[in-house]
Design a protein around this ligand. Sequence first.
Ligand SMILES: N[C@@H](CCC(=O)N[C@@H](CS)C(=O)NCC(=O)O)C(=O)O
Length: 220
Amino acid sequence: MFTVWGRASSSNVQKVLWALKEAGVEYERHTVGGQFGGTDTPEYRKLNPNQIVPAIQDGTIKLFESNAIIRYIARKYGAGTIRPRGQRAYALADQWLDWSALEFNPAIMPIFFNKVRMAPEQYDAAAVARAEKVCIHKLKVIERGLGRKPWLAGRHFSYADVPMGILFWRYKNMDIKHANTKNLDRWFEQLKERPAYRDVVMVDFGSNQAEWAAHEAAVR
Ligand SMILES: N[C@@H](CCC(=O)N[C@@H](CS)C(=O)NCC(=O)O)C(=O)O
Protein backbone atom coordinates (compact mmCIF):
# COMPACT_ATOMS: atom_id res chain seq x y z
CA MET A 1 0.00 0.00 0.00
CA PHE A 2 1.25 3.47 -0.88
CA THR A 3 1.57 5.30 2.46
CA VAL A 4 1.68 9.04 3.04
CA TRP A 5 2.67 10.78 6.27
CA GLY A 6 1.47 14.33 6.76
CA ARG A 7 -1.41 16.53 7.86
CA ALA A 8 -3.89 17.29 5.08
CA SER A 9 -3.73 21.06 5.71
CA SER A 10 -0.10 21.22 4.53
CA SER A 11 0.35 22.60 1.01
CA ASN A 12 3.21 20.15 0.45
CA VAL A 13 1.16 17.17 1.61
CA GLN A 14 -1.72 18.36 -0.59
CA LYS A 15 0.54 18.10 -3.64
CA VAL A 16 1.04 14.39 -2.93
CA LEU A 17 -2.62 13.66 -2.15
CA TRP A 18 -3.86 15.53 -5.21
CA ALA A 19 -1.33 13.77 -7.48
CA LEU A 20 -2.28 10.34 -6.08
CA LYS A 21 -5.97 11.00 -6.63
CA GLU A 22 -5.41 12.25 -10.18
CA ALA A 23 -3.34 9.13 -10.93
CA GLY A 24 -5.94 6.86 -9.34
CA VAL A 25 -3.54 5.39 -6.76
CA GLU A 26 -5.00 3.95 -3.55
CA TYR A 27 -3.15 5.12 -0.46
CA GLU A 28 -3.31 5.31 3.29
CA ARG A 29 -2.30 8.39 5.24
CA HIS A 30 -1.03 8.97 8.75
CA THR A 31 -1.68 12.42 10.21
CA VAL A 32 1.58 13.89 11.49
CA GLY A 33 2.99 17.41 11.70
CA GLY A 34 1.64 20.72 12.94
CA GLN A 35 -0.57 20.41 16.04
CA PHE A 36 -0.47 16.60 15.73
CA GLY A 37 3.31 16.30 16.20
CA GLY A 38 4.93 12.95 15.52
CA THR A 39 7.73 14.22 13.27
CA ASP A 40 10.40 14.04 15.98
CA THR A 41 10.30 10.30 16.64
CA PRO A 42 13.17 7.98 15.60
CA GLU A 43 10.72 6.11 13.31
CA TYR A 44 9.65 9.27 11.50
CA ARG A 45 13.22 10.52 11.20
CA LYS A 46 13.96 7.40 9.15
CA LEU A 47 11.25 8.48 6.70
CA ASN A 48 12.07 12.17 6.66
CA PRO A 49 15.24 13.25 8.48
CA ASN A 50 14.16 16.88 7.98
CA GLN A 51 11.36 16.16 10.48
CA ILE A 52 8.79 17.87 8.28
CA VAL A 53 5.93 16.63 6.10
CA PRO A 54 5.29 14.95 3.70
CA ALA A 55 7.03 11.59 3.61
CA ILE A 56 5.97 8.53 1.64
CA GLN A 57 6.70 4.84 1.39
CA ASP A 58 5.83 2.74 -1.65
CA GLY A 59 7.14 -0.80 -1.32
CA THR A 60 10.80 -0.40 -0.42
CA ILE A 61 10.98 3.19 -1.67
CA LYS A 62 10.95 5.93 0.97
CA LEU A 63 10.92 9.54 -0.16
CA PHE A 64 10.68 13.07 1.14
CA GLU A 65 10.49 16.40 -0.79
CA SER A 66 7.00 16.92 -2.18
CA ASN A 67 8.10 17.79 -5.72
CA ALA A 68 10.29 14.68 -5.94
CA ILE A 69 7.33 12.66 -4.69
CA ILE A 70 4.90 13.95 -7.31
CA ARG A 71 7.46 13.31 -10.05
CA TYR A 72 7.84 9.75 -8.74
CA ILE A 73 4.05 9.25 -8.71
CA ALA A 74 3.88 10.56 -12.27
CA ARG A 75 6.69 8.32 -13.56
CA LYS A 76 5.40 5.16 -11.91
CA TYR A 77 1.62 5.59 -12.00
CA GLY A 78 0.78 8.70 -13.98
CA ALA A 79 0.64 7.62 -17.66
CA GLY A 80 -2.36 9.34 -19.24
CA THR A 81 -3.08 11.41 -16.12
CA ILE A 82 -0.35 13.50 -14.50
CA ARG A 83 2.73 12.39 -16.42
CA PRO A 84 3.76 15.05 -18.96
CA ARG A 85 3.42 13.87 -22.56
CA GLY A 86 6.63 14.35 -24.55
CA GLN A 87 9.98 16.07 -24.02
CA ARG A 88 8.63 19.63 -24.28
CA ALA A 89 5.88 18.96 -21.76
CA TYR A 90 8.33 17.27 -19.37
CA ALA A 91 10.76 20.17 -19.59
CA LEU A 92 8.02 22.74 -19.03
CA ALA A 93 6.54 20.74 -16.15
CA ASP A 94 9.87 20.72 -14.36
CA GLN A 95 10.40 24.39 -15.10
CA TRP A 96 7.07 25.28 -13.45
CA LEU A 97 7.68 22.96 -10.52
CA ASP A 98 10.98 24.65 -9.78
CA TRP A 99 9.52 28.09 -10.41
CA SER A 100 6.66 27.44 -8.00
CA ALA A 101 9.04 26.27 -5.28
CA LEU A 102 11.86 28.74 -5.81
CA GLU A 103 10.12 31.89 -7.07
CA PHE A 104 6.45 31.96 -6.11
CA ASN A 105 6.47 30.06 -2.82
CA PRO A 106 8.96 32.48 -1.17
CA ALA A 107 6.94 35.39 -2.61
CA ILE A 108 3.59 34.32 -1.14
CA MET A 109 4.79 32.92 2.20
CA PRO A 110 5.21 36.27 4.02
CA ILE A 111 1.57 37.04 3.16
CA PHE A 112 0.28 33.63 4.20
CA PHE A 113 2.19 33.60 7.49
CA ASN A 114 1.23 37.15 8.43
CA LYS A 115 -2.40 36.90 7.39
CA VAL A 116 -3.20 33.36 8.51
CA ARG A 117 -0.58 31.57 10.59
CA MET A 118 0.91 34.15 12.96
CA ALA A 119 -0.46 35.75 16.10
CA PRO A 120 -2.09 39.17 15.38
CA GLU A 121 0.51 40.98 17.53
CA GLN A 122 3.24 39.71 15.19
CA TYR A 123 1.50 41.11 12.08
CA ASP A 124 3.96 42.93 9.83
CA ALA A 125 1.98 45.17 7.47
CA ALA A 126 5.11 46.36 5.65
CA ALA A 127 6.19 42.78 4.91
CA VAL A 128 2.71 42.02 3.55
CA ALA A 129 2.69 45.12 1.35
CA ARG A 130 6.15 44.23 -0.01
CA ALA A 131 5.12 40.64 -0.67
CA GLU A 132 1.92 41.73 -2.44
CA LYS A 133 4.09 43.66 -4.92
CA VAL A 134 6.51 40.76 -5.35
CA CYS A 135 3.61 38.39 -6.07
CA ILE A 136 2.12 40.78 -8.63
CA HIS A 137 5.52 40.95 -10.34
CA LYS A 138 6.14 37.17 -10.26
CA LEU A 139 2.65 36.30 -11.48
CA LYS A 140 3.26 38.24 -14.70
CA VAL A 141 5.75 35.50 -15.60
CA ILE A 142 3.31 32.65 -15.24
CA GLU A 143 0.56 34.71 -16.89
CA ARG A 144 2.72 34.77 -20.01
CA GLY A 145 3.43 31.05 -19.59
CA LEU A 146 -0.29 30.35 -19.83
CA GLY A 147 -0.91 32.75 -22.68
CA ARG A 148 -1.25 30.26 -25.48
CA LYS A 149 -1.92 26.96 -23.76
CA PRO A 150 -4.57 25.60 -21.43
CA TRP A 151 -2.22 23.97 -18.90
CA LEU A 152 1.25 24.79 -17.66
CA ALA A 153 2.96 21.97 -19.59
CA GLY A 154 0.86 22.43 -22.73
CA ARG A 155 -2.30 20.74 -23.94
CA HIS A 156 -2.80 18.39 -20.99
CA PHE A 157 -3.13 18.72 -17.25
CA SER A 158 -0.01 17.29 -15.54
CA TYR A 159 1.98 17.53 -12.31
CA ALA A 160 3.14 20.92 -13.61
CA ASP A 161 -0.21 22.33 -12.47
CA VAL A 162 -0.15 20.84 -8.98
CA PRO A 163 2.15 23.03 -6.82
CA MET A 164 0.98 26.28 -8.37
CA GLY A 165 -2.67 25.14 -8.21
CA ILE A 166 -2.31 24.86 -4.44
CA LEU A 167 -0.47 28.15 -3.96
CA PHE A 168 -2.93 29.97 -6.22
CA TRP A 169 -5.89 28.73 -4.14
CA ARG A 170 -4.24 30.31 -1.11
CA TYR A 171 -3.38 33.48 -3.01
CA LYS A 172 -6.94 33.98 -4.26
CA ASN A 173 -8.46 33.28 -0.86
CA MET A 174 -6.56 35.86 1.13
CA ASP A 175 -7.73 39.42 1.63
CA ILE A 176 -4.92 41.21 -0.21
CA LYS A 177 -4.25 43.36 -3.24
CA HIS A 178 -4.32 40.85 -6.08
CA ALA A 179 -2.61 40.84 -9.45
CA ASN A 180 -4.63 41.11 -12.61
CA THR A 181 -4.33 37.52 -13.87
CA LYS A 182 -6.64 36.81 -16.78
CA ASN A 183 -4.87 33.64 -17.96
CA LEU A 184 -4.33 32.26 -14.47
CA ASP A 185 -7.97 32.92 -13.64
CA ARG A 186 -9.06 30.91 -16.68
CA TRP A 187 -6.67 28.08 -15.66
CA PHE A 188 -7.97 28.31 -12.06
CA GLU A 189 -11.56 27.82 -13.31
CA GLN A 190 -10.40 24.64 -15.10
CA LEU A 191 -8.77 23.40 -11.89
CA LYS A 192 -11.98 23.97 -9.95
CA GLU A 193 -13.72 21.48 -12.24
CA ARG A 194 -11.36 18.68 -11.16
CA PRO A 195 -12.79 16.43 -8.42
CA ALA A 196 -9.36 15.77 -6.86
CA TYR A 197 -8.62 19.51 -6.63
CA ARG A 198 -11.99 20.11 -5.01
CA ASP A 199 -11.42 17.29 -2.50
CA VAL A 200 -7.86 18.05 -1.49
CA VAL A 201 -7.26 21.75 -2.08
CA MET A 202 -10.50 23.73 -2.19
CA VAL A 203 -10.98 23.91 1.55
CA ASP A 204 -11.53 27.06 3.58
CA PHE A 205 -8.29 27.55 5.56
CA GLY A 206 -9.49 30.55 7.56
CA SER A 207 -8.14 34.06 7.88
CA ASN A 208 -6.43 34.06 11.26
CA GLN A 209 -4.45 31.80 13.57
CA ALA A 210 -7.49 30.42 15.44
CA GLU A 211 -9.35 29.64 12.23
CA TRP A 212 -6.24 27.99 10.79
CA ALA A 213 -5.89 25.79 13.91
CA ALA A 214 -9.55 24.77 13.56
CA HIS A 215 -9.03 24.01 9.86
CA GLU A 216 -5.90 21.96 10.62
CA ALA A 217 -7.84 19.98 13.25
CA ALA A 218 -10.84 19.49 10.96
CA VAL A 219 -9.01 18.19 7.89
CA ARG A 220 -6.36 16.43 10.04
N1 LIG B 1 10.70 21.22 0.73
C1 LIG B 1 9.77 20.46 1.54
C2 LIG B 1 9.06 21.43 2.45
C3 LIG B 1 8.10 20.71 3.39
C4 LIG B 1 7.49 21.66 4.42
O1 LIG B 1 7.84 22.84 4.52
N2 LIG B 1 6.54 21.12 5.19
C5 LIG B 1 5.86 21.90 6.21
C6 LIG B 1 4.35 21.89 5.98
S1 LIG B 1 3.88 22.59 4.43
C7 LIG B 1 6.09 21.26 7.57
O2 LIG B 1 6.35 20.08 7.68
N3 LIG B 1 5.92 22.06 8.63
C8 LIG B 1 6.03 21.56 9.97
C9 LIG B 1 4.85 20.75 10.40
O3 LIG B 1 3.82 20.72 9.72
O4 LIG B 1 4.96 20.12 11.46
C10 LIG B 1 8.79 19.71 0.63
O5 LIG B 1 8.45 20.25 -0.43
O6 LIG B 1 8.39 18.59 0.97
